[in-house]
Design a protein around this ligand. Structure first.
Ligand code: URA
Length: 188
């Protein structure tokens, strides 16, 4: 897929590659700085994202914004935010493997266009899509993984953190690890 941004977003908005298209209000391609060093990848749009066409605008999004702020980042400033699937799974269920696979070329093209220095995978579906293997967040966090040569840090999804406050400190550690890794990359 050699599409530029406009053609890519148009392709995503009209996509019918899996059944998620049938119940979406709109697809949610992604948002932010198209030349960002940082790419954050979530799972898939929820109800508010489906309504507004922008990722992470609901409650989990407010926590993501706080997570970004904790390492001096801001939505849209050197940060791009995308999801592993671009259309809302009904009732916010976890996207199925076939849905993730159908949508993956879009994320790959976004990565190719952005060329981020570092990717943060938020939760298991994003991590599995990017690393192309079974992932357990507890085991995968705290290490630098790779997606096609781009370093990937894995951490908990903000929606999970809203339900599991005890893991928030670990997510903050992961973000500090990502920040340190980014500094290392810039000075390498
Ligand atoms: N959860 C996600 O994974 N992505 C969103 O855009 C919103 C909630």
């Amino acid at each position: 897929m050699g599409l530029g941004w406009d053609a890519l977003e148009a392709r995503i908005r009209g996509c019918e590659a899996c059944g998620l298209c049938r119940r979406r209000k709109q697809a949610v391609p992604g948002v932010g700085d198209r030349q960002a060093d940082w790419l954050f990848v979530g799972e898939g749009p929820g109800a508010e994202e489906d309504e507004r066409g922008e990722p992470f605008v609901g409650q989990a999004g407010r926590l993501l914004d706080a997570m970004l702020a904790s390492i001096d980042l801001k939505r849209g400033e050197d940060v791009y935010i995308a999801n592993a699937v671009k259309c809302r799974p009904p009732n916010n269920r976890t996207p199925e493997a076939a849905e993730l696979a159908a949508c993956f070329p879009y994320l790959q093209r976004q990565i190719a266009l952005i060329q981020p220095r570092l990717i943060v995978a938020l939760g298991r579906p994003a991590a599995q899509a990017l690393l192309n293997e079974e992932v357990r967040i507890a085991a995968a966090r705290g290490k630098l993984h790779s997606h096609g040569g781009i370093p990937v840090v894995v951490t908990y999804h903000p929606a999970y953190l809203l339900r599991n406050l005890q893991d928030k400190a670990k997510a903050w550690d992961d973000l500090c690890f990502a920040r340190r890794s980014m500094r290392g990359l810039k000075h390498a």
